[in-house]
Design a protein around this ligand. Sequence first.
Ligand code: ADP
Ligand code: ZN
Length: 529
Amino acid sequence: GASGRVGPGADPLHVLHEVYGYDAFRGDQAAIVEHVVAGGDAIVLMPTGGGKSVTYQVPALVRPGTGLVVSPLIALMHDQVDALVANGVHAGYLNSTQTPTDRAVVERAYLAGELDLLYVAPERLNVASTTALLSRGRLSVIAIDEAHCVSQWGHDFRPDYLALGDLGQRFPGVPRMALTATATRETHREITERLRLQDARQYVASFDRPNIQYRIEPKVDARRQLVAFIRSQPEGAAGIVYTLSRKSVEQTAEHLRTQGIDALEYHAGLPAGVRARHQARFLREDGVVMVATIAFGMGIDKPDVRFVAHIDLPKSVEGYYQETGRAGRDGEPAVAWLAYGLGDVVQQRRFIDASEGDRTFKRRLGQHLDAMLALCETVGCRRQNLLGYFGEASQPCGNCDTCLTPPDTFDGLVPAQKLLSTIVRLQRERGQAYGAGHLIDILRGATTERIVRFGHERLATYGLGADLSDQDWRSVVRQLLARGLLVATGEYGTLALGEGAAGVLRGQMPVPLRRDVLGRTTSTRVRKS
Ligand code: ADP
Ligand code: ZN
């Protein structure tokens, strides 16, 4: 650190009071700071809002030299650095948006030992002139923020992160830290290996966000459900609505505006000026609802986001957790709401099949989707399922939809058998495979053109499932998909038997299913006012 009042050797707690105005360290912060100040490496897994910044900024202020912060969030560096400077910290950044003159000023300050903190984009560290510059000055600590970007399987993979594994060799003796809010064992392992932090001390905080209420419901009419959900929120609540495609972003935002909701759109295809304007309104004004692709949100510092809604199924539990984690960073009650349907599952299987990558890669994506589906279809506590996914054991939370309104379950063995045997018969007798819609038509005894054309009314299971509605059947299909008893493949999401289906056909295992009654959307009012 170079600041006069909190120079090298200062007491970390004193720095915390002086620079940040906080009374005390929180959670693991004190232990992490102490370890890094003493020269140790650290991997810090802490949920969004957990207070990661302090854990590398304080060591940078206490140790002699400049703290190097690697961050992929170029758009935010300027704001982050401004906020630090406002607190009296000597901070600067190097990235591609700067003029050569501005860059030269920062470089000189670094070499003169005047900087406490230097933010750089990962791609700059792959430029020889940057590493040469850094070697000529003195580093106090190297902090790699958003370290999960090193994970090739993750949704935020950045190739430039792979080269960061060399930093330990290039700057021997400088403590290194990797920080992230993504905490699956898989990501954790990749961070450790690729950033060569095998000897680092691990700090894993609880990932529970108790103030977030999780709610997941079957999609019937996504727009109507979304509007009803937003209207059920307190007046003036700011929120984010995530959807998968740019087109859907625009259509949804437009629809919300026609419903009198102050909605704006955000996706990577919009001109930079529009994106900046929408983001600024979202950050500064009350009650703006941002409809966005996942391009929006990483690093957005708005503590009072009251809800995050998903109208398409996220691709993985990690993604869902990251996105919903943007709600309620101020600790006040917030809601994570998701509506998903069979169409989502089929569409995502199609994406996976069509994606580039080998079989292992596709299988990984498939497993991520299955875990997400299992969260959606669980009859147990959502939070318990979510935390369990991150390897954290917990009790039912009392603050999610399934805890507040335990779902009705029924024995789904017979309907499951009807569906599975229809698939088997079509396959064996005729060598045909179909998607959910047609199979449900057969089971419900519909007389569609397709059924007549193929003579499917002569199948033994034709009309055997007329006791369930179309929606009920869709729910059965989704739940069987979630458990892997069914698999959807190909462009049209044709259904085939999965592992364990034979056991169900023989009646050897129970199939408890949730009964997703229509109207659950409106009848479930779990929010406190
Ligand atoms: P993260 O980077 O883990 O998402 P931040 O470092 O942005 O979290 O911190 C989240 C919030 O918590 C910020 O508003 C920050 O000011 C606050 N905070 C962090 N540490 C403390 C502390 N020791 N005492 C009080 N507030 C803190
Ligand atoms: Zn719960």
